[in-house]
Ligand binder design. Structure first.
Ligand code: M6R
Length: 366
């Protein structure tokens, strides 16, 4: 059932070209420049005219939500708030009619997310579910939705469900932007083609596995890791750090790279590996300066870059390159080596990567 892989986690990481393809199938039509999503189409007026969108989730799904905030705001020009379900549900949140709530959940059973959206629904918001498990509680209570179609995820650490969430949320943002007229046709078509090419590029990103395994052996004894990113890659830095904590039990923190100066830089010395998620995007120049700041303090820099990036390759201690892609979809590629890094460090430390201690696959109690 592990399909020849040693662990479900590795199988699920390697399934991603297929799960992403499944997630796009029947929805994305790059040739005719259209996106078919009944759940969005049936509520299009309400969504495109929403005064704001609130995205509610926990854990890895929250990281997908955070990236969605950047993408929705850029493409749809609708204000977005991203909420931890556990915080939202207990603080008498302000929800108005006309607000659209998106709930993101792999299992569809996360107690905090479920209660948070029940509350928002009572206050008159439209609830849109982005859920993996068909017929789950969150899927049923939602007014509309789009399944992620990643198939059953057995590994406790979310991998393929995360990339499917990113794909679905990007499709929704593109569809809404197109209907709303907030995206130029040329850009819309370009991004559809970018999404169309993603499964093949994920396949190429998975070819980094051997190189990442070597890095895992090199850095497995580190006590702490810092993960830094800017813009679309900031949520990926958070996700990389979470994966490492879960699977290898190494303390890791994710930060927006520029926040480093406001505190975390005090941690940097020659023993601290700092993972930069630094693919070529509009923030590139800025993150290059952040890498310089770490090198000047003797930190060890591991950089996830775009193939052909000579600038960062010349500066970093170790580099893993993923295929070039538009900045909106590049995070789907940059997360792949980070998933692999946590997996291989977990293996190097002989840990139970499919069932890390203290964790449950779905958190159905608060
Ligand atoms: O099933 P959900 O997506 O609602 O679960 C949310 C979190 O519990 C989940 O993402 C958790 O953080 C995973 N262990 C991450 O790998």
């Amino acid at each position: 059932e592990k399909g020849g892989y040693d662990h479900f986690m590795l199988k699920e990481i390697f399934e991603q070209p297929d799960t992403i393809f499944d997630c796009l199938r029947g929805r994305l039509d790059a040739v005719n420049a259209s996106i078919t999503m009944a759940g969005v189409q049936n509520n299009i007026d309400q969504i495109k005219n929403a005064s704001r969108i609130i995205i509610i989730a926990c854990g890895t799904s929250w990281h997908a939500a955070l990236l969605a905030e950047y993408i929705f705001e850029e493409l749809c020009r609708i204000p977005v708030e991203v909420e931890y379900a556990s915080e939202f549900r207990y603080r008498n949140p302000i929800v108005k009619q006309g607000d659209v709530i998106i709930a993101v959940s792999q299992s569809g059973e996360t107690a905090d997310t479920l209660v948070a959206i029940e509350k928002a629904k009572e206050q008159g918001a439209l609830i849109f579910g982005v859920v993996n498990v068909v017929g789950s509680s969150i899927a049923r209570i939602s007014n509309a939705g789009a399944y992620t179609h990643a198939g059953p995820e057995i590994g406790v650490a979310s991998t393929k469900a995360f990339t499917a969430q990113l794909v679905v949320l990007t499709l929704i943002a593109l569809k809404v932007a197109h209907e709303k007229g907030s995206i130029e046709t040329k850009r819309f078509v370009q991004l559809l083609n970018e999404l169309h090419d993603i499964p093949e590029k994920v396949k190429a990103a998975l070819k980094t596995a051997d190189a990442v395994k070597k890095l895992a052996d090199k850095y497995k004894d580190a006590k702490d890791f810092l993960y830094l990113g800017r813009g679309y890659n900031f949520p990926i830095a958070l996700e990389g750090a979470l994966k490492l904590k879960e699977i290898s039990y190494i303390h890791a923190e994710g930060y927006p790279a520029a926040e480093m100066k406001h505190g975390p830089i005090a941690l940097v010395d020659e023993t601290l590996p700092v993972v930069f998620v630094a693919t070529k995007d509009s923030y590139h120049e800025k993150i290059v300066s952040n890498i310089q700041e770490i090198k000047a303090r003797k930190g060890k820099v591991i950089a996830i870059v775009t193939e052909g990036d000579e600038t960062i390759t010349a500066m970093a201690d170790d580099v893993i390159a993923v295929p070039e892609a538009d900045e909106i979809v590049a995070p789907i590629l940059s997360v792949i080596p980070l998933q692999l890094l946590s997996y291989y460090i977990g293996i190097a430390k002989d840990l139970d990567v499919d069932k890390p201690r203290n964790l449950a696959k779905s958190v159905t109690v608060e």
